[in-house]
Design a protein around this ligand. Sequence first.
Ligand code: 5AD
Ligand code: SF4
Length: 478
Amino acid sequence: MRIEDQDGPTSSGSMLSDVADAAPKKIFIKTYGCQMNVYDSDRMVDVMAPHGYSETSSPDDADIVLLNTCHIRERAADKVYSELGRLRDMKNEREAAGGKKLVIGVAGCVAQAEGSEMQRRAPYVDMIVGPQSYHNLPAMVARSGNGGPAQVETDFPAEDKFVSMPAAEKRKTLARGPTAFLTIQEGCDKFCTFCVVPYTRGSEYSRPLTRILDEARSLVDGGVREITLLGQNVNAFHGEDEAGRPTTLGGLIRALAKIDGLERLRYTTSHPRDMDDALIEAHGDVKKLMPYLHLPVQSGSDRVLDAMNRQHTAEHYIRLIEKIRAARPDIALSSDFIVGFPGETDADFEATLGLIREVGFVQAYSFKYSSRPGTPAATRDEQIAEEVKVERLQRLQALIGEQQVAFNRACAGRRLPVLFDRKGRTPTQLVGRSPYLQSVHIENAPASLFGQIAEIDIEEGFAQSLRGRLVREVLAPA
Ligand code: 5AD
Ligand code: SF4
């Protein structure tokens, strides 16, 4: 799983201004946390669209406000309750002014974890819906607003969710730009001792391969050139290929790579235990699979890895990276790290720094351990002092920062294919992604370059991005 932004929510509403607005009713979704939540928020818009709802970028004109929440680290629930307090005031103000009714819903992992506790603490909430029950939203909305207690749907009927979602081609949220997410797998059976995911998202479930291929084709028909496959444990994906043979992520990637017009594939987030040979081989010979891998290791100390129940050692991780690099020598690596796990000594932390030096990462997400109620690590006595966690996090981030800037600087002088997917700060600036997921900025970009892959001469590498110059424009858009 990947957390883009622990503290700030992503407003998926603001990305959707072009959604057809024939429908009179509006839904506003505030999305917290990982890319899987961003994807789910889009699916919730899709599921409500046939019922006359279009998305709005502001809660003020919304009939439904939905918070799609994240529970991965602490204070998540507190933040949701304070946001709910603001929504309660808004609901009351509207009622007092005789304005339109406001339906308040909470979705995602906090909804799953809090369930009926939220009914008690925030009785003005109308709907509490866990991540596996989004297909029930229209029925919940239809039943809402009769003054009764919140409806709670937090079961785990994993198979139902996607099957009863609108078919890909009917989606309102499909293909907003040249890059898209596609969830292929959900849930996790690994039970790392710090993590809530197995409890909030349930056990591993893979979507059927044919539905994934259909969705990918629809995305490409809508202009998408790059797809990032999503899953809490994405490389645990398993299914049957079109001939009925068992397949894993490597096979799925090969099937997706055959889609004309789809130029790039990525996936996130993986577990080292599930990096099977088929996937490593795909890194070696599927050209569309980008040379970038986010493979969380969490710690470089075997003692800590064992206490985390990661089911691998530091040595296993390092050998795995060697194998992946043998298949794809230029692969750029990213990871997740936790500092200050209960019982982590200075020596354990030094071992993590040692692993970082040995492997070499181009970027990473790093976190201070935070105790999550209900997880095994939360009850351990040897909790680490906050100031120790802060100091370790700073040292780790400084080391990763050095590796990142060194990698970016070393790209100067190279010619890289860049997919342009964002506007820059000035009207003539465009921003894209290199194969290694670096942001690449160019000046004096022809507008026709948006959505295209073009060869760029990299002129300078910075801490977080690259600056380059267009070699030649791609004249025949796909
Ligand atoms: N404390 C700190 N970080 C955590 N993560 C997951 N649970 C916790 C926790 N309790 C981090 C892990 C994981 C990433 C998504 O979030 O590094 O890979
Ligand atoms: Fe959480 Fe571990 Fe599963 Fe990742 S592999 S989602 S950290 S339990």
